[in-house]
Design a binder for this molecule. Sequence first.
Ligand code: SF4
Ligand code: SF4
Length: 259
Amino acid sequence: MDSPRKPKLAVMKFASCDGCQLSLLDCEEELLAVAGAVDIANFPEASRAVVRGPYDLTLVEGSITTPHDAERIHAIRRNSKTLITIGACATSGGIQALRNFQNVQDFIPLVYARPEYIETLNKSTAIADHVPVDFQLRGCPINKEQLLEVLAAFLNGRKPLTPPHSVCLECKGRGAVCVMVASATLCLGPVTQAGCGALCPAYARGCYGCFGPMEAPNTVALSGRWTQLGASEAHLVRAFRSFNAGAEAFRKESEAHER
Ligand code: SF4
Ligand code: SF4
């Protein structure tokens, strides 16, 4: 008797640094189990062999920054039963969404010798701004254990279990000293979604917000505390404008401190 067909997996890239795709390759031992459970049909970062779609699951890394991207994502959505976005670029526009606060046309002649060949959009936007998305996995880069959880959930037909709470819970869970309390170091942990294991606070640094806003973040209260600790308005703008500058809660908080 024929064994059942394995689900076909595709991994697609838009504007990004490839770091989130590398998190999948970084799974090493678990990657063999993944390869046994799914047919890795289209993953240019890993192999030149391509099996045509439609795909059962497509992981999408990167943000939409060009007119061609904006068309291609619709074709990918039509060709995918389930579409999951991975990483800050795909879920909030990434660091390249800093362009959203300026006029990108002003930068092009400064960077490119022949600006007439550059076709770009004014904004870098998340995949979900263009097509329906079944699940969004946050992080810059994503956490590989969370990625494996997403894949296991897909294979078992259930919702992935990723924490909606803040980095502070992870920080206390690993017994790290609170850098904001102990040394007045500015930390975005109270408004940032867990996922990194509170890596920066564990090394006595403030959180940089790599995993984007947690569920219902109180950014106003955190900005107030930062101000008490001496942060300027410009400092607050910069803090909320990094890897997840385009995420709504962080975008709004940065705009509230812009002069
Ligand atoms: S989210 Fe970060 S690690 Fe992932 S592709 Fe974008 S820049 Fe790279
Ligand atoms: S160091 Fe940052 S993440 Fe850790 S408990 Fe303090 S505020 Fe929260």
